[in-house]
Design a protein around this ligand. Structure first.
Ligand code: NAG
Ligand code: NAG
Ligand code: NAG
Ligand code: NAG
Ligand code: NAG
Ligand code: NAG
Length: 364
């Protein structure tokens, strides 16, 4: 009797395993929206910086150690924020091309979306200048204009507009404006944290309006994580009693509440579009439980230089990558990105997104 129970148990476990595999890999069917366009920095970049003259690159090992196709230029061990969001929406793994590979070639390549994100980039064009030739948001929008023109040429104005109106647009930006610019170089020595947040939000507001003018009607805007808790920030600026850099976290929280108001304003003013705000800080504070036990150190070996918060080439890595929140000193691990994307897609707490989550945005 007991023997048969064991066999039955094993069989059941096996069936569950197979069905969850099938669900993950085949049950998605068609994506929930026809296309997904991605703007941002290293949290979303999937290889746009690889052939540019910049030090903000991740096209070497151990980056991509857990990615199905290995090293691609993604700034983490596996999939990033944009990858997980795309998958939640039903797009196959790695199916949204980087603009760097999609700018020429067939129009078929760009109809499902393009990823314009560039590691090190910011809202301000000046951000990341010291890292080399990055693609700031203004330039990402110019690249998108080129994509839109190609789609209009291929489909005609009416059909192109209909398509572009149905896509989801993701904007995750601002981390580098704080970490690589405001705090690093003090280019705005006279501005207070709230003035600086206001400068960023005004610029971002223009950028979001430009996106709207290019036909975007469903726009996800990510708030910032607690950048003052990043291992790089603590190493570079020194921790307060909290164990974090309080000044940076205070700046982030001003930016975030301003961003939520901006989203509300845009929804009131551009009534034919829907913008949503994702509370990255709230989500990461709450989902730090789970498998993650280490959130104050990088998983890979990094250089001691302040200017190099990334893994050194062929760096040693921690074996238990699902226990680490940070892959290098500024970039979350795949598991941390996955946790944020899951709740951005389907909110767990009312405070996770505003006015609602990505799942609902896809449906409207
Ligand atoms: C995976 O990498 C190989 C070799 O670099 C490349 O030829 C192939 O196109 C990549 N596949 C995808 C899905 O990116
Ligand atoms: C636009 O879409 C309609 C309906 O799907 C189709 O009949 C028409 O051929 C399309 N026009 C172009 C220029 O592709
Ligand atoms: C945090 O530390 C910095 C540098 O040591 C110090 O100037 C600042 O006053 C501290 N802030 C708080 C809130 O303790
Ligand atoms: C929305 O419209 C109001 C009134 O015209 C204006 O004051 C405000 O700046 C606009 N906000 C945005 C984000 O466009
Ligand atoms: C959408 O709203 C913008 C600004 O309010 C307006 O210029 C545009 O004509 C509207 N588009 C449609 C299709 O209603
Ligand atoms: C983010 O979530 C936290 C906790 O859930 C909440 O305290 C905070 O007010 C939220 N932030 C914004 C900008 O909504």
């Amino acid at each position: 009797m007991a023997y048969w129970l064991v066999i039955l148990g094993k069989l059941l476990a096996w069936i569950l395993l197979v069905s969850s595999f099938l669900q993950q890999h085949f049950a998605n069917g068609e994506p929930q929206v026809p296309c997904f366009f991605i703007f941002g920095d290293s949290f979303s970049d999937n290889g746009n910086n690889n052939n540019r003259a910049t030090v903000a690159k991740a096209n070497y090992q151990p980056y991509g150690i857990d990615f199905p196709n290995g090293t691609t230029g993604r700034f983490t061990n596996g999939r990033n924020l944009a990858d997980f969001t795309a998958e939640k929406l039903g797009f196959p793994v790695d199916s949204i091309p980087p603009y760097a590979n999609a700018a020429d070639g067939s129009v078929g390549k760009i109809l499902k979306g393009v990823n314009y994100a560039s590691g090190g980039a910011g809202i301000l064009t000046e951000t990341g200048k010291t890292l080399g030739d990055l693609i700031p948001v203004d330039e990402q929008l110019i690249n998108h204009q080129k994509t839109v023109s190609r789609i209009i040429n291929a489909l005609g104005n009416k059909n192109a507009t209909q398509l572009l109106n149905k896509c989801i647009y993701s904007v995750a930006i601002g981390t580098n404006d704080y970490i690589n610019y405001y705090h690093a170089h003090k280019f705005y020595p006279t501005s207070t944290p709230s003035q600086f947040a206001e400068i960023l939000l005004q610029k971002l507001s223009q950028q979001l309006r430009t996106l709207h003018q290019r036909g975007a009607r469903k726009i996800v805007v990510y708030g910032l994580g607690l950048l003052g808790c990043f291992p790089y920030a603590v190493k570079r600026y020194g921790a307060n009693i909290s164990g974090r850099v309080d000044k940076i976290n205070e700046g982030v929280s001003l930016f975030d509440s301003g961003l939520k108001s901006l989203v509300s304003d845009l929804n009131n003013n551009l009534t034919n579009a829907t913008f949503i705000f994702i509370n990255s800080t709230g989500i990461s504070l709450d989902s730090i439980s789970g498998s993650i036990t280490v959130s104050n150190a990088a998983c890979c070996q990094v250089s001691e230089l302040f200017t190099a918060p990334q893994c050194i080439p062929f760096a040693e890595t921690c074996g238990n990558r699902i226990q680490y929140a940070f892959w290098d000193e500024v970039h979350p691990t795949e598991i941390a990105f996955s946790a944020t994307a899951a709740r951005a897609y389907r909110a767990l707490l009312r405070t996770d997104s505003y006015p609602f989550d990505i799942q609902r945005l896809a449906q409207i």
